[in-house]
Design a protein around this ligand. Sequence first.
Ligand SMILES: [Zn+2]
Length: 105
Amino acid sequence: MKEQIRHTGICPKCGQEYTGHPALSRTDSETLICPDCGKEIRVFGDSHIEEIADKFGYDLLGKIPMDYKLAALVDKGWIEMMENSYLEAAADAIERKCPVSQDEE
Ligand SMILES: [Zn+2]
């Protein structure tokens, strides 16, 4: 009978705890990461937000994934502590739409 080796660790890429066989990062081909790192799981099915925004003439600022770290920080009232690219992209999009003059900074 083949023995199953279980590995438990913290993924250095996403910071999530995982159990099972790690995957090898494509970035450096050396780092072991969680097996589902970066995998997009559409809990509510495919998004149609681009079509809806286009239909009503709105700009899509971005999409926020379900992120346990974000949820935990929001629950604590520490949203400012979240580091990610999707909120930064939304802030950049807003800044492009509503530029701040040098006098206001
Ligand atoms: Zn990961």
